[in-house]
Ligand binder design. Structure first.
Ligand code: SAM
Length: 190
């Protein structure tokens, strides 16, 4: 191998390692990185009937596909929580250099440590295990009437009010009725 070939191989390895870190490092917390498709973002916010009176929590805010649309187009208050530091930096820069900054709160940390009592809408694109872990947290913290919209993965044991197959979006309305954890009886939907 020539010196140039070694340098190219090292550069490729560095790019692959950086990409792998960016996409996969947050797996252990609840999901890797994949922005929610634009059509699904639009459907999530539309099904949840987001208005300027809402406080939307985006769980695992990524680089802001949902956060900035909810704050800038729907004019809602938005709380974005993200565990991965590079994505949090991107979120802060996008907030700094765009409109609606006063409506956007960003938390760098673990979404399982946040309190959801002030959420009227929750949005998520997380892996199935994270949705299952979130269910008891939603049941003890969400105010009755809160809407939860999830792309790709359902909340185990809850019945969706609506499911849009084209964009793979589930809508739930929290009714305040918890399902027993083991009998599979549904809760949450209306
Ligand atoms: C599939 S991406 C969705 C990103 C964003 N919601 C969007 O629509 O573009 C999931 C995001 O959740 C973040 N994440 C995963 N587990 C987390 C946790 N426990 N706490 C905070 N963020 C988490 C990941 O770092 C990743 O950015």
């Amino acid at each position: 191998m020539t010196a140039i070939e070694v340098e190219v191989a090292l550069a490729l390895f560095a790019v692959a390692a950086a990409t792998g870190y960016f996409v996969f490092a947050s797996f252990v917390y609840g999901a890797g990185y994949q922005p929610t498709p634009r059509a699904s973002v639009a459907m999530m916010l539309r099904l949840a009937e987001v208005t300027p009176h809402d406080t939307v929590y985006d769980l695992g805010a990524g680089t802001g596909a949902i956060v900035f649309r909810a704050a800038r187009t729907f004019r809602a208050r938005v709380v974005g929580v993200e565990v991965e530091p590079i994505r949090m930096l991107v979120l802060r820069l996008r907030r700094r250099f765009g409109t609606g900054a006063d409506r956007i709160t960003l938390h760098w940390g673990n979404l399982f440590h946040l309190d959801y009592r002030t959420a009227t809408v929750v949005t998520a694109f997380l892996w199935p295990g994270a949705m299952a872990r979130l269910r008891p947290k939603f049941e003890s913290e969400l105010p009755v009437g809160a809407r939860v919209v999830s792309h790709c993965h359902a909340i185990p044991g809850w019945t969706p009010t609506t499911y849009d197959r084209a964009t793979d979006v589930y809508l739930y309305r929290w009714t305040g009725h918890r399902a027993p954890p083991e009998d599979g009886v549904t809760a949450g939907g209306t």
